[in-house]
Design a protein around this ligand. Structure first.
Ligand code: NAP
Length: 350
């Protein structure tokens, strides 16, 4: 791409917003020129408005950028959204209505029938619903979402198994504290503790998985028929959500067949060699004690999901453990990959 495209970040001061800032530094296609946050931050420079929480220094190129209110107007045509869910519906719709493409991490529009819930490797064809979205809503822009940070670990493990017919899935998560944003879970609640409840998370995992693994059918996305049951837990890890799943399949490929299908899994981002596409979206390890959050969450710069402990299940057919970096593959990195796909597939004009 000869000229970089200006992009913005809504919710730029938050945990996911900061990952966007970090990941967009030196992006070959995108140049970050516009930042939005709440009226508490608007009017300040980014370095004054932001409590930088990521490792390393805040990128110098953004430190002096002004923070705006999250209102369309002079924002660039593509905006990444990491705004608080309490305000994301109105903000994202206002931008789409004003002709912007909103690539969103928030839950608000994920389950809307005319909004793609996109995992670039898994359901790129769901983007075909976008003309319907524009027609129904009268928008000149649009909204594309990416899934919940734990859902993505599960669906990446399940996507290669679609060929064997997925019947039932039972999944449990061990989710890092960064998934709750900043300041998130109080330290007194999480240090040396496990909390067996994350509000709304189990429902999100169950419904989002159905939609992502469903089929695009004429002008709608028909959900996958399989039954999914989730248990979600918060654990004292900083980054990296661990997902353990048992699956029942129509045909039984054997453990080696399952591992082969997972290891060979790839999608449009790999075919198109998109800048944020990891060489391998899934890595399968045979080490008996991996994946581990501290050692594996940053595989493929945080864009690769590591799967291990693939084995037979005595109740269903097979079980496995998957680890996803929740603020990279589970949020900002996934959204950047989605934006690259939209451009490369011609849904958004350069
Ligand atoms: P966070 O750290 O709490 O950040 C929230 C952001 O929203 C801040 O930039 C905040 O700006 C902004 N904001 C709050 N009220 C606003 C308002 N009235 N108008 C405009 N902006 C407002 O949260 P987070 O963890 O980054 O999550 C952001 C979104 O991504 C959420 O919808 C979350 O569900 C989703 N998500 C998070 C993860 C994860 O792993 N953390 C993963 C996937 C998806 P101020 O600083 O000015 O208050």
């Amino acid at each position: 791409m000869e000229k970089r495209i200006d992009v913005g970040v809504l919710g730029a001061t938050g945990m996911v917003g900061q990952q966007f800032i970090r990941l967009l530094e030196n992006h070959p296609w995108f140049r970050l020129t516009w930042l939005g946050a709440s009226d508490r931050s608007a009017g300040k420079r980014y370095k004054e408005a932001t409590n930088w929480r990521l490792d390393g220094e805040m990128p110098a190129g953004v430190a002096d950028l002004p923070v705006h209110e999250c209102k369309p107007g002079d924002a660039p045509p593509i905006v990444f959204s990491a705004t608080d869910a309490s305000v994301a519906t109105e903000i994202e719709q206002a931008f789409a209505n004003a002709g912007h493409w909103v690539i969103s991490n928030s839950r608000n529009h994920r389950m809307d029938l005319d909004v793609p819930l996109l995992v670039a490797e898994i359901n790129a064809e769901h983007l075909r619903v976008l003309p319907t979205q524009q027609r129904l809503r009268g928008w000149t822009g649009g909204i594309v979402t990416n899934p919940n940070c734990s859902t993505i670990g599960l669906v990446m493990g399940l996507a290669p198994l679609r060929q064997f017919g997925i019947r039932k899935v039972v999944v449990a998560t061990m989710q890092a504290v960064s998934g709750a944003g900043y300041p998130g879970v109080p330290s007194m609640d999480i240090l040396g503790n496990v909390v067996p409840y994350i509000g709304g998370e189990e429902e999100k995992m169950q419904t989002e998985t159905q939609k992502i693994l469903g089929n695009f059918d004429a002008d709608r996305i028909a959900p996958m028929g399989a039954n999914v049951s989730a248990h979600c837990n918060r654990v004292p890890a900083i980054d990296g959500h661990t997902v353990v799943a048992s699956v029942e399949l129509e045909t039984k490929p054997g453990v080696e067949g399952l591992k082969k299908a997972m290891a060979e899994f790839a999608g449009r981002p790999q075919e198109l060699k998109l800048p944020f596409a990891p060489e391998r979206p899934l890595v399968v390890t045979d080490a008996p004690d991996r994946p581990q959050t501290r050692r594996d969450a940053l595989a493929g710069n945080g864009m690769t999901v590591t799967v291990g402990r693939v084995r037979e299940c005595t109740v269903f057919d097979y079980k496995f453990t998957a680890l996803v970096h929740n603020t990279i593959r589970g949020a900002a990195g996934a959204a950047i990959l989605n934006a690259e796909l939209l451009l490369e597939e011609g849904y958004v004009q350069r």
